[in-house]
Design a protein around this ligand. Structure first.
Ligand code: ZN
Ligand code: ZN
Length: 250
């Protein structure tokens, strides 16, 4: 199975990737499934800056692409990446009830003090920041209706060294246990392979902890926003993802 369940196209404010180009490339590279997962950011600090695209138009566009490519072997999935769902839950639940996405990714982008950890950081994160970040992830996987936890550890993408986060071990156990109980897949996000960190996210010790607790459900995401980032480093993904021992959400 060749899959990518985390891709941004023309309905994401920060993407330059065209859905049609992506689909043609995915067919050429013999992908089995791709999920387009545009940003749904209802958190005020992003909403005020970037606004919202029309999600009904986005759904119509993907449906028409699904029809256009119905006879190709590629399955095109219409998904969404919900940013900071845990902080806007009541409104997001009502918003999402009107839209039929096939795949919901949940992602933490902000700390409590509104520091965006998905972009290059202006300051080093403290132990308390790490705890805050993982606590947000715990609330997300415990309370929100998502199928995939996206890019756990996104705050490390622009670092070169692996930070010491062992003080958050208890929080990790709680996050992974909640994910296992609620059948939420752990995304292996390989966007950091093209960034200074040069590792997949989450870190190996985090993946091993999830697996040691019985976690089998995984997702794979390039988080591409440019055509040249799609499929880049796919060959560097860990081999165990493709041995048939792991399950995928769709
Ligand atoms: Zn994200
Ligand atoms: Zn993303």
């Amino acid at each position: 199975m060749k899959i990518d369940y985390h891709l941004h196209t023309e309905y994401s404010y920060d993407s330059k990737l065209k859905a049609l180009d992506l689909i043609n490339k995915a067919i050429e590279l013999k992908y089995d499934q791709i999920a387009i997962t545009e940003h749904l950011d209802l958190y005020p600090y992003e909403l005020s800056r970037f606004g919202l695209p029309s999600f009904s138009r986005y759904l119509r566009q993907v449906r028409s692409l699904q029809e256009q490519f119905a006879s190709s072997p590629l399955r095109i999935i219409c998904g969404v990446e919900i940013g900071d769902f845990q902080r806007v839950k009541a409104f997001a639940d009502e918003f999402l009830a009107e839209l039929e996405f096939e795949l919901r990714l949940g992602a933490v982008h902000f700390l409590t003090d509104h520091t965006n950890v998905a972009v290059p950081l202006r300051r080093a994160l403290s132990k308390a920041d790490h705890e805050d970040y993982y606590r947000q992830n715990l609330t997300l996987v415990s309370n929100c209706d998502i199928q995939v936890l996206a890019h756990l550890g996104v705050h490390k993408r622009y670092l070169t060294q692996q930070p010491d986060e062992k003080h958050c071990l208890g929080l990790h156990r709680d996050i992974f246990q909640a994910m296992i109980d609620r059948r939420i897949a752990l995304e292996i996000n390989f966007s950091a392979l093209r960034k200074p960190y040069a590792r997949v996210l989450p870190d190996l010790w985090q993946i091993e902890l999830y697996r040691s607790l019985g976690g089998k459900l995984f997702s794979i995401g390039s988080d591409a926003h440019l055509l040249e980032h799609f499929d880049l480093n796919y060959d560097k993904l860990p081999a165990w993802l493709f041995t048939g021992e792991v399950e995928f959400p769709l």
